[in-house]
Design a protein around this ligand. Structure first.
Ligand code: KIV
Ligand code: NA
Length: 266
């Protein structure tokens, strides 16, 4: 049996080998990525990437649980983190605990992630003290889209810098085993990374972080647009379109299926 990576092992990687993280939402993708990643994140980005929602506000516990289960069926070695969706933890520590327990019991995943605005540090501490491994998430917090007025890079003004640093320090002191930093400039990401004991995992946050995460469908080139910080390692959109066009042509020409793709009576 393959030994799964643990939260303390992840935390102890800080300052050593960079942590490799991708999102995953399905069993077959998790199975492929498992050989290459330390952590698979079942992100609430699933709402946008898979379900076509305009942002992550509409994502439910049920959706996170279903995709978490699927990923756990494919991942053997990677540490699996499930995002707590909007509305499932902000009311307070007890609400967060109940919903985190539900997610972990239903999926068998190893940890949850919360977008750690200033009021969430108490919740992280409450969960960690009760046996739940928690990943923090600071900087651009997609679940704050309606107060922020869109997805905007963070920490460009001095006041904002202070805010992001505060969030990161609070999550760190609360016991987060790792902290995602999203959408901040390189110098701020570096400053936070030096200040916190938890490893930082960057997305749009430079190579100053202790690890990197990308939305897998973005890095595979499944969309015609992707943000500046994404490197496209494949062109799946083109591959899929080419395959679908060839299939359509073959069906219309009746050249698919061929005899070797057909069952015949004995
Ligand atoms: O939902 C998500 O995919 C995330 C990562 C991009 C950090 O939160
Ligand atoms: Na997320």
């Amino acid at each position: 049996p393959v030994k799964r990576i643990t939260a303390p092992e992840i935390t102890s990687r800080k300052g050593k080998e960079p942590l490799v993280v991708l999102t995953a939402y399905s069993a077959p993708m998790a199975e492929i990525l498992d050989d290459h990643c330390d952590i698979l994140l079942v992100g609430d980005s699933v709402g946008m990437v898979v379900h076509g929602l305009p942002n992550t506000i509409g994502v439910t516990l049920e959706m996170m649980s279903m995709h978490g289960k699927a990923v756990m069926r494919g991942a053997r070695r990677a540490f699996v983190v499930v995002d707590m969706p909007f509305g499932s933890y902000e009311a307070g520590p007890e609400q967060a605990f109940q919903n985190a327990v539900q997610l972990l019991k239903e999926t068998g995943a190893q940890a949850v992630k919360v977008e750690s605005g200033p009021t969430v540090a108490d919740t992280i501490e409450y969960l960690v003290r009760r046996g739940i491994a928690v990943m923090g998430h600071v900087g651009l917090r997609p679940q704050a889209v309606n107060v922020d007025g869109g997805f905007k890079a963070k920490g460009r003004t001095e006041a904002e810098r202070e805010k992001v640093i505060k969030e990161a320090l609070a999550s760190d002191a609360a016991g987060a085993f790792a902290i995602v930093i999203e959408g901040v400039a390189a110098d701020l990401a570096g400053e936070i990374t030096r200040m916190v004991k938890a490893p930082t995992i960057g997305i749009g946050a430079s190579n100053a972080c202790d690890g990197q995460v990308l939305v897998v469908d973005d890095m595979l080139g499944l969309f015609d647009w992707s943000p500046k910080f994404v490197r496209r390692y494949a062109d799946l959109r083109g591959e899929i379109a080419t395959a679908a066009a060839q299939y359509a042509k073959d069906v219309r020409a009746r050249s698919f299926p061929a005899p070797e793709e057909t069952y015949f009576a004995k």
